[in-house]
Design a protein around this ligand. Structure first.
Ligand SMILES: [Zn+2]
Length: 334
């Protein structure tokens, strides 16, 4: 349990802290601005203005809903790996490949030594954090996933590429912390795909986080957890943010066999369905979590980023998350 760590960082949170995983849908005016920019019709500055407006919309919306630890909504990102590849030295844009579902992205190519020159997400974090008095997470895609979702044409092997990325991305973590970020989420969706490489992902996380004063969350989605649990608990983070609902809480069976030792951000709504789950369904999921984890260790959020939903759907899903957390808070007051 890491309540003491959070308090040490000056963060007081209610029971069942409510958070979001990272992305929210981009409003129509932003999609139009991005398309216009891609066609050379408007300047970069005009897109950034739309990105700031959209960021402000989602920060205000989260406050209104009652979220405790906010996100900036990632209005300025396209693909979660390509965004970092575009902003680090050493990458070239590769051809289109298919990722999960029907989404296509340009798979980046590591073509020379990777290097971090200047902060990538920091200005956005500062802008979004400046809009709210609640803590706002810093979020970056982890070195293992950036390595796994890129072609490596420079480093001798995957380990060397992953280590180099971890060393460079640590500079982003340090820059965030220096400006006051206390809660930092590392997105590592690729971690569960090659169980034999879990030790490498753990080494990379050490390089990224060791000795740094922040509360670290690892977000891992859609994976074969039976192959990496409980070994994944060795990741040096305070909290695991997991996609629980899409797999009908299957993972709870694993946690029964071998106890979970960290805080958990428990995904209580599926991000792949359009309709928001009914309140009792979400509440029931959270009650199942309570049977296994101490209540002080549970954070509540959607399974994953909500960027593929419409704004209305995303808001309805967040509402379901908030009301479940609030119901359980009220119960535990009794
Ligand atoms: Zn996810």
């Amino acid at each position: 349990m890491s309540r003491a760590k959070l308090q040490g960082l000056g963060i007081e949170l209610p029971l069942f802290p409510i958070t979001a995983v990272g992305s929210f849908p981009k409003p129509d005016f932003l999609l139009k601005a991005r398309a216009d920019f891609a066609h050379g019709k408007i300047r970069r500055g005009a897109v950034e203005k739309a990105e700031r407006q959209a960021t402000e919309f989602w920060v205000r919306k989260q406050e209104e809903l009652g979220v405790d630890v906010l996100v900036d909504g990632e209005m300025y990102r396209g693909d979660m790996v390509a965004y970092f590849a575009e902003n680090l030295h050493g990458f070239e844009e590769g051809g289109l490949v298919r990722s999960y579902g029907n989404r296509y992205y340009h798979k980046p190519i590591i073509s020379s030594e990777v290097h971090w020159d200047e902060p990538i997400t920091l200005e956005w974090w500062k802008y979004a954090q400046g809009l709210t008095s609640k803590p706002l997470k810093g979020i970056l895609t982890g070195p293992y996933t950036v390595m796994d979702w890129s072609f490596n044409e420079y480093y001798p092997d995957r380990r060397a590429a992953c280590w180099a990325l971890a060393q460079e991305l640590r500079k982003e973590v340090e820059a965030l912390i220096e400006e006051g970020t206390k809660v930092i989420q590392i997105d590592e969706p690729a971690i569960s795909v090659r169980p034999e490489e879990l030790p490498l992902a753990i080494e990379a996380m050490h390089i990224l986080t060791d000795g740094l004063p922040a509360y670290f969350i690892a977000h891992i989605c859609y994976g074969a957890f039976e192959h990496i649990y409980p070994a994944m608990l060795e990741l040096p983070v305070d909290n695991f943010d997991l996609e629980m609902s899409n797999s009908r809480l299957d993972m709870l069976e694993l946690f029964k066999q071998s106890p979970f030792t960290k805080d958990i951000s428990f995904g209580v709504v599926d991000v792949h369905t359009h309709l928001p789950e009914a309140e009792p369904v979400v509440e029931q999921r959270l009650r199942r979590a309570l049977q296994l984890f101490p209540k002080e260790a549970i954070w509540v959020d959607p399974d994953c980023g909500l960027k593929t939903r419409t704004a209305e759907e995303a808001i309805a899903k967040m509402q379901a998350v908030v009301s479940a957390a609030q119901t359980l808070r009220n119960d535990s007051d009794k």
